[in-house]
Design a protein around this ligand. Structure first.
Ligand code: DX5
Ligand code: ZN
Length: 218
């Protein structure tokens, strides 16, 4: 399977949101990556339900929702109703992660868990077999446009081994500071899904930038 590209809508032009969504629809991108921040788990507030509803109305590809919020259990059904296909919660935000993961699946979505840059892969040992996706944060969550943290490469390799060990088809997603400078090495280390915000939307030709990322291996 080739790598998947997930443009992060956080970096889109919110005054031209429909235009940017159509750009992703007609591009070689695979997923929409949607960042929900609550101003508590992370020091920033992005957008909430009404904006997500507007996005899913127009999005023709998999909607990958990344929750940077405390106590995400409160909203699992709401995100399912709003059209999320993949719902990712933070390991650091869940006291009963196993229960949360089961609830996401019971609501009909794929379940993802995100790890902050300082959180070791080993904490996933006893949950990995239940996951559809692990999102490795390659920046501290909260803002787009930050620099990629190189320690991520090591974590991708460790996670790859863990997934192989339990013989699961859990995908590895990388989120934060992804560009054409690190995409190839990330894929080679074992990444499946590359999230890219600023690198796509701040480029002169976002459609071409998405294609560049998509075809970077080889
Ligand atoms: C960071 C978000 C990322 C962000 C990525 O908290 O989770 O998804 O939008 O943006 P870039 O690609 O600009 O680092
Ligand atoms: Zn994200």
């Amino acid at each position: 399977m080739s790598n998947l590209i997930a443009p992060s809508i956080l970096a889109a032009d919110f005054a031209n949101l429909q235009r940017d969504i159509e750009m992703v629809n007609t591009s070689e991108a695979d997923w929409f990556h949607i960042d929900i921040m609550d101003g508590v788990f992370v020091p920033n507030i992005s957008f909430g339900m009404p904006v997500l509803k507007a996005i899913t109305k127009h999005a023709k590809k998999t909607v990958d929702v990344h929750l940077m919020i405390v106590d995400p259990d409160r909203y699992i059904q709401t995100f399912a109703d709003l059209g999320a296909d993949v719902l990712t919660v933070h390991y650091e935000a869940c006291t009963h992660l196993h229960r949360t993961v089961q609830a996401i699946k019971a609501a009909g979505m794929k379940a993802g868990v995100a790890l902050n840059p300082h959180t070791p892969i080993a904490v996933l040992e006893d949950i990995i077999a239940d996951l559809d996706l692990v999102c490795l944060m390659s920046v501290n969550p909260g803002f787009g446009g930050q620099s990629f943290i190189p320690n991520t490469y090591k974590k991708v390799r460790q996670l790859s081994h863990l997934i192989e060990f339990v013989n699961s088809d859990c995908k590895i997603e990388i989120d934060g500071g992804v560009t054409n400078k690190n995409a190839n090495a990330l894929i080679e280390a074992g990444a499946d899904v590359l999230v890219a915000g600023s690198f796509v939307f701040k480029s002169e030709n976002p459609t071409a930038t998405i294609s560049d990322l998509k075809n970077i291996v080889g």
